[in-house]
Design a protein around this ligand. Structure first.
Ligand code: KG4
Ligand code: ZN
Length: 337
């Protein structure tokens, strides 16, 4: 049995896995950040510290095991908010030391990358993965559990950041993505035209900061006294369509050009209803299978960390006895082969 801990941003999560079967996946979200319009790092680490023992205990109880049944511990060590990463890592380290267990450091984005395989064990390598969250937007060509290449990434804002910033401009809450998604369901996505940056540039890179600026100018010009509530759904639907059009086009083109049969979408933004619909529609047209993990495996969660840790541990069990690993706030290896 493996216990995994994830605390890289504003979710404290713990999961228990029996090999690759998830027995529990407890996620405690720090909802108070809503009041601040974004995640405050200092407050996030303090909240992790408060909740981590209870979250881990709940994961063990739900899985119906004792800590003595554990044979390894996995923890997210990069990238993320440094204080938040330190809370999870130190907790994991203390537990590993006390129980005399190996500890497996896991890269958060790599966790998202393989969450499609956690959802559906029939996904075959190689596949293309689109990881879209509040901090990352990248396309990967994934060959195995230890080999993948970054095909492209955002040059500025992440897609989730674009959703969050536009939501802020519209006076909606945080995180903005789910709120924009909900309002967009009632709106017309062709009501307004917002830029689809880098759509036809031939690369797999993205850019979303121009969209945010364009929405800001649009609002200043047309609604300087506030956006009437009846217009909000149309603006949300149009902005959402501008973001998802680029994500879908590049992910599908990547799959066609690399000749893979599946595209995995992962990270918080992969919960977006328009993204899922359009990906499925375009995927079907090109006989490409779209794998979208359930919400609890899409958002930040410990199950995906445990799943990858299990794969890493199976490959090289001898390398995980060290307790002097590092945590890092930012890192994404350009290429890992
Ligand atoms: O992966 P995640 O939980 O945390 C990290 O950023 O690592 O992703 C959070 C991001 C936020 O920007 C949030 O607004 C966005 O995912 N998000 C969505 C939706 N649900 C969450 N964006 C668009 N549509 C959604 N339904
Ligand atoms: Zn994430």
């Amino acid at each position: 049995m493996l216990l995994a801990i994830e605390s890289s941003c504003d979710e404290t999560s713990a999961a228990v896995l029996d090999k690759t079967i998830v027995l529990s996946n407890v996620i405690s979200s720090q909802l108070f950040h809503t009041d601040h319009g974004g995640v405050i790092p200092e407050l996030a680490s303090r909240a992790h510290l408060q909740s981590i023992s209870a979250v881990v205990r709940e994961a063990l109880v739900t899985a119906n095991i004792n800590e003595t049944d554990l044979s390894a511990i996995a923890v997210t060590t990069e990238p993320g908010l440094i204080g938040s990463l330190l809370v999870g890592s130190n907790f994991a380290k203390g537990l590993a030391l006390r129980l005399g267990l190996p500890i497996i450091p896991v890269h958060h984005i790599e966790g998202h990358l393989y969450s499609g395989c956690l959802e559906d064990s029939s996904v075959e390598f190689p596949f293309v993965a689109l990881v879209v969250s509040g901090g990352h937007t990248s396309l990967f060509y994934v060959e195995s559990y230890s080999e993948y290449q970054v095909l492209g990434s955002t040059r500025d804002d992440a897609a989730g950041e674009a959703f969050d910033k536009v939501a802020k401009l519209l006076g909606l809450g945080y995180p903005g993505g789910p709120l924009v998604d909900a309002l967009a369901q009632k709106g017309n996505s062709s009501a307004y035209s917002f830029p689809r940056s880098m759509l036809h540039d031939g690369t797999y890179n993205f850019s979303f900061s121009g969209l945010k600026t364009s929405v800001r100018y649009f609002l200043q010009k047309n609604f300087h006294e506030g956006v009437p509530s009846e217009i909000l759904p149309d603006i949300c639907a149009s902005v959402q369509q501008a973001i998802t059009d680029v994500l879908v086009a590049k992910a599908i083109r990547a799959a066609i050009e690399t000749n893979v049969k599946s595209v995995v979408i992962a990270g918080g933004v992969s919960a977006n209803s328009r993204l899922r619909k359009d990906m499925n529609y375009r995927g079907q047209k090109h006989s490409i299978r779209i794998v979208a993990p359930r919400m609890s495996f899409c958002m930040d969660n410990a199950a995906m960390i445990g799943f990858l840790a299990e794969k890493k541990f199976q490959e090289q069990p001898e390398v995980y006895s060290r307790l002097d690993f590092r945590v890092q706030s930012a890192s994404l290896r350009a290429k890992r082969t």
